[in-house]
Write a protein that binds this ligand. Sequence first.
Ligand code: PEP
Ligand code: MG
Length: 312
Amino acid sequence: KRAAALASSRGPGRTADGHAVQLLVNLGSQADLAAAAAVDSEGVGLFRTEFLFLDRETAPTVDEQVEAYGQVFAAFTGRKVVVRTLDAGADKPLAFVDHGEEPNPALGVRGIRLARTEAGAALLDGQLTAIAAAAQRHSADVWVMAPMVATPGEAAAFADRCRAHGILTAGTMIEVPAAALRASRVLEGCDFASLGTNDLGQYTLAADRMNGSLAELLDPWQPALLDLVSLAAEAGREAEKPVGVCGEAASDPLLACVLVGLGVTSLSMAPTAVAAVRAELSTRTLSDCAGMAAEALHAEDAAQARRLVAAY
Ligand code: PEP
Ligand code: MG
């Protein structure tokens, strides 16, 4: 059944009983653009913009950015593109910003926190100006979201800033446990949320994602991580606002079904994973997915969650 589903895997994501789940791709460089655009997906769920800012002596100009974003919007004409604003700082330092010394970089001034400084705020405003201009030039369906939001106040301030630039769909990445715990309030101030399960796992389990010896704690099947996904998805359902997943968890076909069962509305993944995720989803009803999610939440640990769901 699965092989047949894979062979005929195309079109929008749906469960066997027709529940729609947007399947999107993650994009992190210009070099990957053509291959990502060629994949049968509904758009980009996570456009990581760091590549434009890292490994250079000066900030990219607004014009340079308009050009770069425009290339992505043009390649995805008619499809949605979710742009994530710069997630620099800490372990991804910028040569043209004074980051100071940080004893715990993962807990430091990274992501949206960079905008607390004057230089960081100017970078963000330049980026939003460029995204808005490129979106207008290409009549693109552009959504913009901020990384490393921790509080509802940060989420609302970011959305206001986007709107001031003429960007109408502004959201929040949920990758800090505090944001997941308060997802209802986070969603009050913005239009959508996207769960970054890589960082959400790191911060929930207090396990450095760069430390390979902690792989089992960083396993995206960790029930504690799924608890937070569940909270955020439930908040989205109540607010009637989209809550997706854009971390690596979405690339695992069985875990993707679990995420759908928890209530997420879109899955963004490595382009190579889309066909297998679509195929797996097409063999399960929404109520199957809910059953798989319940199994995973009841597990003692990640390994058991994986086993229980595989046997479902
Ligand atoms: C995440 O944290 O899950 C995420 C999607 O962002 P990144 O991997 O770029 O930190
Ligand atoms: Mg992240």
